[in-house]
Design a binder for this molecule. Structure first.
Ligand SMILES: Nc1ncnc2c1ncn2[C@@H]1O[C@H](COP(=O)(O)OP(=O)(O)OP(=O)(O)O)[C@@H](O)[C@H]1O
Ligand SMILES: [Mg+2]
Length: 229
């Protein structure tokens, strides 16, 4: 279907000679929250990197609303409203929070400050601080704030709650619930209670292959997902 926000079909990806993803297919509809779970090294980050244009696939297709993403640069894909929040939470330490946030709209040239400040009021008081001084939680707020500044249609978020305090995890969960009103989300997550609470669908990866696609509400539980971790 061409109106799908994301369709990945039979994707193979590799780093040099080392094959990492084998025949992976996923689909994301408008305003869906899609979780991706799996053990360390399963290929979850590689899947997001391939969609975001940071890694060119070996085979397969990736389309968004009928538009082919394969072969486009990461910059072009970001400009289409597909925003990627990498796992490593790297910020530009010597730039201020405001400058870091503004980089999020560099590709699209569209600065929609309201949701960023409504979801993350704490960033308001940190605006002129160097990003290198932020705590882990504040840094994740900055990363997600940066991604939503440019009115994304699809957010690809890699392990947003990794290493964060429960109160921040709970805040992010609320933010994702709000964000889905205007965008689709693909979230890689090891925190099963958190992802099961918000996802409409969960894909489980293992050793680069899709092991399960959970779509029924009663299947989307930590107990069902646990064996894939
Ligand atoms: N830049 C790279 N060069 C070579 N191999 C890589 C690179 N990045 C990842 N890999 C390998 O690809 C495989 C999949 O890695 P990936 O980072 O996608 O897994 P992951 O599911 O995100 O794991 P984690 O839960 O630890 O984040 C692993 O075997 C990893 O060692
Ligand atoms: Mg990863």
């Amino acid at each position: 279907m061409s109106n799908q926000i994301l369709q990945v079909q039979s994707l193979d990806a590799s780093y040099g000679e080392s094959k990492v993803l084998f025949d992976v297919s996923i689909a994301v509809q408008e305003r869906q929250v899609v979780g991706c779970v799996g053990r360390n090294g399963a290929g979850k980050s590689t899947l997001l990197k391939s969609i975001a244009g940071f890694l060119q696939p070996r085979a397969g297709t990736i389309t968004s609303e009928g538009v082919d993403l394969v072969g486009r640069t990461a910059f072009a894909i970001a400009g289409m409203g597909i925003k990627y929040v990498p796992q490593d939470k790297k910020v530009f330490s010597d730039l201020t929070v405001r400058e870091n946030l503004e980089l999020g709209s560099y590709a699209s040239g569209d600065y929609n400050w309201d949701p960023v400040l409504v979801f993350f009021p704490k960033l308001k008081v940190l605006m002129d601080r160097k990003a290198g001084w932020l705590s882990g939680g504040e840094r994740q707020m900055l990363m997600i704030g940066r991604a939503i500044l440019g009115r994304p249609k699809l957010l690809l978020i890699d392990e947003p709650t990794e290493g964060l305090a429960p109160s921040i995890v709970s805040h992010l969960k609320d933010v994702f619930r709000e964000l889905r009103k205007s965008a689709a989300l693909v979230i890689v997550e090891q925190n099963l209670p958190m992802i099961c609470a918000i996802a409409d669908k969960i894909y489980a990866l293992n050793e680069g292959r899709l092991m399960a696609e959970l779509t029924e509400r009663e299947q989307i539980t930590p107990e069902v997902c646990e064996p894939y971790l």
